[in-house]
Structure formats: structure tokens, C-alpha cells
Design a protein around this ligand. Structure first.
Ligand SMILES: *Cc1c(COP(=O)(O)O)cnc(C)c1O
Length: 381
């Protein structure tokens, strides 16, 4: 076979061809009216996806940079915060807090388990003086999504600031920042925003800006005040990743031409088809509340998850993702975020079936595609 590469992972994700080509355009200088126009159009597009009137700052870093920016701009060493740890990325909130001496009360969930807004309300009541609540919209390590609207209601009744890591979720599933009372929303470029890795986005609401004034964590590169001052001049404090911003503008043109409602419906459809496909093989989902961003599937008894991923990647070049530590091998993840179409789901399911057959697992051949196809065909627009 010709070695054809199928990127089916929850980040990085495939990039549309015209967006890829934009990276080859000549570099223009960033302190020019020409670039300022592209930069401001891009921040406007990001505001629409974020569902906010607030400024969205474009940071040159991977998504974790925006997570760190949230911590250092809002917190002081010794502050009490709550982090919801439902997987690898929720755990990262805790690790960043520790690095800065912020006292996080970590709510550790079993991977894939949900956490209710009532439970969050009880935590906040039991721990008065909580300055910030940090969580994920989509916990990409498990495929679970959380009740951000519900959490927003609960946290807005307290003095705490509500921070949501929307990396992977934002742009694939609804999370209107202002309407859902999210005080800080952040995201990254290589998941649902359809461009390569390298940019992160963050927006802060009025309640968050009040904390920025008092926060004492050391900060320089990610200082939100510097970003705000420079954005007023239509620029960034530091040299931005010019080509990536040009690419993001082009990808936002695609996203906004389609419209957010249609984009979310598209991802819902891909999620429905994927879930139906794997269930038809007798496989189980990991997440109690699965999102439409990716689907984490439990490894069937008698098989090794690592072998499934290795075979899919090594033999079929279908790059799904495995499970991260400490659950390596126990499940695998099929992505349907970003620039993915209906046939990408068929590719993933077929590659999965061929892999299961290679590994000697018994199932009804063709069942996954048979289940997914009518779902995709019925709503294909
Ligand atoms: C990918 C991801 C991150 C980390 O982003 P990097 O770009 O790898 O720094 C953080 N949170 C979530 C939910 C993610 O999906």
C-alpha cells in the first residue's frame, strides 16, 4: 500500500488545504497596518467563537501557555483555589498551581466520571474564600465534557472566578463564555481551530480583571495587562507567530461561513456516528457524559489497548490516540474535532475493525460502518 497518513487524533488535527498553503505566504512585518488588520480580524473571529464581548488575546505558545497565563494573572501564592481533575488536563491545573505555590483543593474524579453542579456548589460552600475554580470544557484525555453552564451558574453566585480550559472543546461544542457566566475561557490552535500547534487564546471577563489587579504570582511573558495595552494598539507585546495568525484567520473564515450552530451540529453528528459504530462492535464508551469532540473507547477484555493503537498507526497509518498514564492500554481515543468529515469516521471505524480482526477479536464484521453510515447519510448536508 502507498503510505497514506490518516490523522485521527484529538490534537493535533488535520488542517484544511488552503489554510496549510497560507503558511507558505511571504512573511510580512508585524508592526504594520497590513498585519494589524489581519490580527484584529482574527481576534474578532475568536470573540465570536468564544461567545464574548471581551478581548481575546492571542498568545504564541501551546495551549498550556494559556493555562499558565490564567493561573499567574489571577492568583497569588497561598491563594485557595479548586481544580477539577477528571483526567490528564484537569491534573495539569493542579500541577501549574503547585508550581506557583497556589493552594489547590483538587477534586479527583475517576477518569470518565461526571461531576455535578450540585457537587461543585457543595464544595464551594464547604470552602469559603475559594478564589478561583479551574476546570475543563472537554477533558481530552477521557472524552468527557462537563456541565459548564451549570458550573457557571453556581460559581457566579460566589466571589470565585470561574476559569474554563476550552482546549479541544471550544469550536466543536457550545461554550458561550458571556452567556454561561464563564469568567476566563482559553483555548489552543491545534484542536478545534483547524490550524497547526503554536497559538493559544484567552479571554477575561470583568470579575477576572479585578483579580488581575491584585494577583502576585510572578509573570512577564504572559502578563495580561501587557497584552491588553498592546491590543488597544492592534498589536501584541512580543513578536507574534505571524504565519499561524494568517492561517487562523483563514480557518476562522471557514468556521464562521459555516456558522457555529451548523459546526456544532456537524460535530454532534460525527460523535453520534462514532458512538453508534463502536457500540455496534460491542465496545463500551469510557465517559459517563461523552462529548462530541472525541470518543474514548474501553479496550475489550482479552486485548491490549496499546496493541490496538500500535496496529492502527503502524499498519494502517490511522493515527488514533491511546490512553495516557496511568491508564495506558485501558482505552483508546477516536477524534472527531476540527477539520474532520463524515468519511473520516468511516475510515476510523474500518481501520478499527481491520485491527480487531488482526488481533483475533471476535465481532460482527462491518457492523460499525453499518451502524454509522445511516446516521451520517441521514443528516449529510
Ligand atoms: C491539548 C490540551 C491541552 C494542552 O495543550 P498543549 O497545546 O499541548 O499545551 C490542555 N487542555 C486540554 C483540554 C487539551 O485538550
Amino acid at each position: 500500500m502507498i503510505k497514506k497518513y490518516y490523522l485521527l487524533s484529538p490534537g493535533p488535527t488535520p488542517v484544511p488545504e488552503n489554510v496549510l498553503a497560507a503558511a507558505a505566504e511571504p512573511i510580512i512585518h508585524h508592526r504594520t497596518p497590513e498585519f494589524s488588520k489581519i490580527f484584529m480580524d482574527t481576534t474578532e473571529g475568536l470573540k465570536t467563537v468564544f461567545g464574548t464581548k471581551e478581548d481575546v488575546f492571542i498568545l504564541t505558545s501551546s495551549g498550556t501557555g494559556a493555562m499558565e497565563a490564567a493561573v499567574v494573572n489571577l492568583c497569588s501564592p497561598g491563594d485557595k483555589v479548586i481544580t477539577i481533575n477528571g483526567g490528564k488536563f484537569g491534573e495539569r491545573w493542579g500541577n501549574i498551581c503547585k508550581a506557583y505555590g497556589v493552594q489547590n483543593r483538587e477534586i479527583v474524579l475517576e477518569w470518565g466520571k461526571d461531576f455535578s453542579k450540585e457537587a461543585l456548589a457543595a464544595e464551594l460552600e464547604a470552602h469559603p474564600g475559594t478564589k478561583v475554580v479551574f476546570c475543563q470544557l472537554s477533558e481530552t484525555s477521557t472524552g468527557a465534557i462537563f456541565d459548564i453552564r451549570g458550573y457557571g451558574e453556581v460559581v457566579s453566585r460566589t466571589d470565585a472566578v470561574f476559569v474554563v480550559d476550552g482546549i479541544s472543546g471550544s469550536g466543536a461544542t457550545p461554550c458561550p463564555m458571556d452567556e454561561w457566566k464563564v469568567d476566563v475561557l482559553l483555548s489552543g490552535s491545534q484542536k478545534s481551530f483547524m490550524i497547526p500547534p503554536g497559538l493559544a487564546y484567552i479571554a477575561l471577563g470583568p470579575k477576572a480583571w479585578k483579580l488581575v489587579d491584585t494577583a502576585k504570582c510572578p509573570r512577564f511573558y504572559f502578563d495580561a495587562k501587557k497584552a491588553k495595552k498592546n491590543l488597544a494598539d492592534k498589536t501584541t507585546p512580543w513578536t507574534p507567530a505571524i504565519s499561524l495568525i494568517i492561517q487562523q484567520k483563514k480557518a476562522l473564515d471557514i468556521i464562521l461561513a459555516m456558522g457555529l450552530e451548523k459546526l456544532y451540529a456537524h460535530h454532534r453528528l460525527l460523535g453520534d456516528a462514532t458512538r453508534a459504530g463502536v457500540k455496534a462492535l460491542g465496545l463500551e464508551l469510557l465517559a459517563e457524559r461523552p462529548g462530541d469532540i472525541l470518543t474514548a473507547v474501553k479496550t475489550p477484555a482479552g486485548l491490549e489497548g496499546g496493541k490496538i493503537v500500535k496496529t492502527m498507526q503502524g499498519k494502517y497509518m490511522a493515527y488514533i490516540a491511546g490512553a495516557q498514564d496511568p491508564h495506558k492500554g485501558k482505552f483508546f481515543r477516536i477524534a472527531h474535532l476540527g477539520y474532520m468529515g463524515g468519511f473520516d469516521i468511516i475510515t476510523a471505524l474500518t481501520a478499527l475493525e481491520m485491527t480487531l480482526a488482526d488481533l483475533g477479536h471476535a465481532f460482527e464484521a462491518g457492523a460499525s460502518v453499518k451502524a454509522a453510515e445511516p446516521i451520517l447519510r441521514g443528516s449529510w448536508q
